[in-house]
Design a protein around this ligand. Sequence first.
Ligand code: CP
Length: 305
Amino acid sequence: MRLARKDLLGLKEINKEEISLILDTSESLKEILERDIKKVPTLRGKTVINLFYEPSTRTRTSFELAGKRLNADVVNISTSVSSMVKGETIRDTVRNIEAMNPDIIVIRHPVPGAPYFIANLIKSSVINAGDGAHEHPTQALLDLYTIREKKGRLEGLRVAIIGDIAHSRVARSNIYGMLKMGMDVTVAGPATMIPLYIERMGVKVTTDIDRAIEGVDVIMMLRIQLERQIENLFPSLREYSRLFGLNLDRLEMAKEDVIIMHPGPINRGVEIAPEVADGPHSLILDQVTNGVAVRMALLYLLAGG
Ligand code: CP
């Protein structure tokens, strides 16, 4: 089976059936990661290029592992060791990479829309690994997978996404994906970090985190993205933590079987207390594990099928 599309650029443009296909394929492939020999020949002879213009630990490593687990040739390019530092444009960089005939280019770029620009430029498949504050579709897919794995379903579940909504590509992709899968989404955070008119996407909005977490099945905490803020949006980290951080006292008020998620990297003691991040409700490391399976599924569905 293949995805009937060349690229995976965002969850805005894919439908419920495609999301289900990706999650089901991830489930089949996850078993490979638990074997003693974690490798299958599925993508032998295929080439995956990871092109990262922004730092990454989880996404880049898991795309590399995903390609290698499927026996693809994987090449990593980062800005610091490429000709980008000599002033080569993204257009020239990508067209030169394309001349080497890769099957898939995975790109992370600070400019929203950069992966769309590249996808229109080349014949290889393009996967968006995060474009500015726009979308991070593979993160949302691994989040959906992790929730479904734990809860057994997605439809009807209630989710609170809390923190720096305005700068979060993870929030945006999750909102698209979760609503398509029939989930009920509330976003919460300081008013300065909630985009105007976000309720038009179909989510509920509050600045009261205690109200947001009441009765929900999933709490997704987000990092404050200081690198994308051009002005101070809150008085101090201490104040932010007191008003919007998830600590043990707040967790007491949540549902007994609530699950806690965070895309990483975590600001420990700011948006989430260490005891919560490392506690029994946390699925943060499960998200990372599942990221490899979900990215294997995407490489397989786009390049192999
Ligand atoms: N969640 C996420 O995108 O993490 P990295 O920035 O480490 O890839």
